[in-house]
Design a protein around this ligand. Structure first.
Ligand code: NAG
Ligand code: NAG
Ligand code: NAG
Ligand code: NAG
Ligand code: NAG
Ligand code: NAG
Length: 360
């Protein structure tokens, strides 16, 4: 039985600047090894060349890490497994001076092309649609944030976000720039990472014609992983939470999420109000346009909120595929004097029943 094996190698020449007089040239090889389902893989053979002056020809040796790896101007290596990747350095065997180096990165893929042994926790809920990172936008400004989670804390991990333009021409939708990824070092989960990105010169009022294409490049020592996604801003919208109060007569008042795109009459929102009383959960839905009073205050009298707790969340009115915000709890307006920012409330389970229209 034969297995199709794809092995891809591509080489990038890098020039690393060393001290003023001398340029240290380093090559980089990315080797992709595809493992078949019976756990076999064709190794990839590479010939590395030492970049040494003519006078030294024949008088060089190679090291990988601290170990001797061979003699001579060229070094033949076989890459199949993680330990085969690394930094191959070439040295003069008279002066023991470093002459050049070649970095070999390995990417291991499974029979279906998926990254094997990813350092990320990937979401496999939807078969054939494994996602290892995702992005969210809280408005249409073109700013968004991407998130991912490492399997474990690992200080070797280096992340780099890269935007790809789908075509040769500069994308009409503007170039995407991402800040350096950060980990959640203050929080309890240092394995969580995020990077904020923005699309330059977006015009939030026009339809998006081209998706944003992003890849997350991960270097785990000499193991390389690349995860790519593409999306439109409208698909990744998730509004921030709204501040909400409830009077003792059951009148709810709230404002659109403070970071939502303005004017809100143009960037419409749909709201859901959830009532929780005696383990009973009811949800009703209402469109922003039917609620506008004056300024940015929305109102809905929902008498049952007197007897239980009410929560509110919002979603882009025009893209029902986009995400709901987190729920925020409506504070009783008589006690809201001291409260700080409303925190999202994730204690609520997803409601499976009917969603009614709110009679406000
Ligand atoms: C230097 O390199 C030559 C050619 O590879 C080899 O024959 C010789 O043994 C090396 N000398 C030392 C001191 O390593
Ligand atoms: C490889 O080794 C060279 C020489 O020590 C060093 O300058 C370079 O930064 C190393 N590169 C990587 C990716 O380890
Ligand atoms: C995985 O993806 C599914 C579908 O997109 C989503 O409903 C679910 O919340 C995700 N799970 C995690 C842990 O992110
Ligand atoms: C996007 O975020 C950057 C900071 O990352 C901020 O300077 C900029 O004003 C934001 N752009 C918009 C349109 O909100
Ligand atoms: C992640 O956070 C820890 C502190 O919890 C820090 O020591 C480490 O350098 C950070 N790693 C990265 C890749 O930013
Ligand atoms: C849109 O969200 C970004 C952060 O993602 C924020 O900097 C910006 O101020 C928001 N725009 C408006 C109009 O609030």
């Amino acid at each position: 039985m034969t297995f199709t094996l794809f092995i891809l190698t591509f080489t990038l020449a890098l020039v690393a600047h060393r001290e003023a007089t001398q340029e240290m040239r380093g090559d980089v090889h990315f080797v992709e090894i595809r493992w078949s389902s019976d756990n076999s893989a064709h190794p990839e053979k590479l010939t590395l060349t030492c970049k040494a002056p003519e006078s030294l020809h024949g008088f060089v040796y190679w090291k990988k890490d601290l170990k001797w790896a061979g003699n001579g101007m060229t070094l033949k290596i076989t890459v199949r497994e993680t330990p085969d990747a690394g930094n191959y350095t070439c040295w003069s065997n008279t002066t023991h001076e470093l002459l050049s180096y070649t970095v070999v990165y390995i990417t291991k893929r499974g029979a279906n092309g998926e990254i094997e042994e990813s350092v990320l926790k990937c979401n496999e809920t939807v078969p054939q649609q494994r996602t290892c990172f995702y992005c969210e936008a809280n408005n249409y400004s073109g700013n968004f944030t991407c998130f991912w989670e490492a399997q474990s804390q690992n200080s070797e991990l280096k992340f780099k976000m890269e935007a790809e333009s789908g075509s040769e021409v500069k994308p009409a939708s503007g170039t995407v720039i991402c800040e350096n990824p950060e980990n959640n070092s203050e929080g309890t989960n240092p394995e969580l990472y995020s990077a904020s990105c923005r699309r330059e010169n977006p015009c939030s009022f026009t339809e998006e014609y081209q998706p944003i294409m992003l890849s997350l490049n991960i270097f785990n020592k000499y193991v390389f992983e690349k995860h790519a996604i593409s999306f439109f801003i409208k698909d990744i919208l998730k509004p921030d939470i709204s501040q909400c109060q409830v009077t003792k007569h059951g009148m709810l008042t709230w404002s659109p999420p403070p970071t939502w795109s303005t004017p809100v009459t143009y960037f419409g929102l749909t709201y859901q109000i959830q009532l929780v009383s005696n383990n009973n959960v009811k949800i009703c839905e209402v469109d922003h346009s039917s609620l506008f009073q004056h300024e940015d205050i929305l109102r809905c009298t929902y008498k049952l909120c007197r007897f239980g707790e009410c929560f509110i969340r919002s979603r882009d009115h025009y893209y029902s595929n986009s995400a709901w915000s987190d729920w925020s709890k409506c504070r009783s307006s008589s006690t809201h004097r001291n409260h700080k920012n409303t925190q999202p409330d994730n204690s609520i389970n997803e409601h499976k029943g009917e969603v009614e229209k709110c009679r406000c």
